[in-house]
Design a protein around this ligand. Sequence first.
Ligand code: KG4
Ligand code: ZN
Length: 336
Amino acid sequence: MRILGIESSCDECAAAVVEEGRQILSNVVFSQRRFHAPFYGVVPEIASRKHIETIYPVVERAMQEASCSFDDIEALAVTCRPGLIGSLLVGLSFTKGLALALEKPFVGVDHVVAHLYAAHLEQDIEYPYIGLLVSGGHTLIARVLDFNRMDVLGTTIDDACGEAFDKVAKHYDLGYPGGAAIDRLAGSGDPRAFSFPVPSLHKGDHPFDVSYSGLKTAVVNQLEQFRIPGYPKSKENIAASFQKTAIDLLVDRLRKAIGHTGLNQVVVGGGVAANSYLRKCLQGEEFRVIFPSLKLCADNAAMIAGLGYHLLRTGQRSELGLNAQARVSGFRKTYP
Ligand code: KG4
Ligand code: ZN
């Protein structure tokens, strides 16, 4: 089954053609980064306008690169939640129109679940496993039971992990988007130069939850010191110390989740899965850790088409009345 996937939940307009949920025939991503960079963050109104301008050329290119015509597509899959509502609506409306014109079925896909599917496009992975989803909008640790079923063990109680990277980078003018910039700078910094507080979250009540807003504030509070002329601590040291604290927290929660569930396999997904320190920390663990390749960590439509394939294969179809949702819904938080 050949599926055309469409993704427009944030600042990437993407389309991909994927066969049997696995073989990527094309994977086109148009990043709007340069339009948002002057604002150090995604501006929703700019994002939806850019999606409108680029969605058709992006889909056309995905079809060309896959060397297929719309006749060769059996169905469509599209991100319908969570994300920026205006951006989601562009992809969803476009997909509905195309599905109607082609008289082909379509299915709405959850972006967060799709991030965890990304690694399945490249490797054979058996369920169940512990999923670690770390992106600009979400941070969660879950027991993943199937392609579309998970029990959420822990989440962030405030900022998402990637969001904290982006906010720290903004305050220190380290570049946009912040995650990759901090990762790069941290490579030549001393992670022990600053000591930042690690959130403890009411000691034991929420063993798998994380929190980033206190850490972010602590890092930003160093800014005055940082500006003192001749102050020896560099941007590299701030980046390395922040990154170590932020990622060590995730790794701690992950180890606890492994201990609690007895599962011995972890699948990571989302933009922060590209982080080199996270990848290094999880090397040589006793459990198996699977990361998607860098291209599939960030937002893309191959993961949407891939997950869409499994939904369609099991009989799911969306109606034209399907609406976009800004927030995640339907995950059961099973712990505590
Ligand atoms: O999954 P994604 O592309 O979009 C969302 O669904 O949010 O994730 C984007 C996030 C941004 O916050 C970005 O700063 C972060 O992923 N990110 C990184 C790295 N590359 C991207 N964070 C840490 N280290 C990286 N190398
Ligand atoms: Zn994403």
